[in-house]
Unconditional design. Structure first.
Length: 81
C-alpha cells in the first residue's frame, strides 16, 4: 500500500495530525503488532469458546471458566466465572 501526500502543504495547513491519525488506523508499530499477535495466540490456546457473541466491533468469547471480551480484535477484558 502506498499513501502519497504533499508533506509541506499538509504541515502548512496544519493537517499533519489528521493524516497521522488516519494512517494510524491501518499501521501498527512492530512492537505493538508483536504484542497483539501474542495476545491472539494466548486466546487461541484457550481453544474453541462455548459461545461467541459479536456486537459491533466487540466480540465476547464464553469459556467454561471465563469470559474474554475483544474490542477491535484486542483483548479488552477477562472475567473469571
Amino acid at each position: 500500500m502506498r499513501l502519497l501526500f504533499d508533506k509541506e502543504k499538509v504541515i502548512q495547513a496544519g493537517d499533519m495530525k489528521a493524516i497521522v491519525d488516519e494512517i494510524g488506523k491501518y499501521l501498527v508499530p512492530a512492537a505493538e503488532a508483536d504484542k497483539l499477535k501474542a495476545q491472539e495466540q494466548n486466546v487461541k490456546k484457550l481453544g474453541q469458546p462455548l459461545k461467541s457473541i459479536k456486537v459491533g466491533s466487540q466480540k465476547i468469547l464464553k469459556y467454561k471458566d471465563m469470559t474474554v471480551t475483544l474490542k477491535a480484535g484486542r483483548v479488552a477484558d477477562v472475567k473469571v466465572n
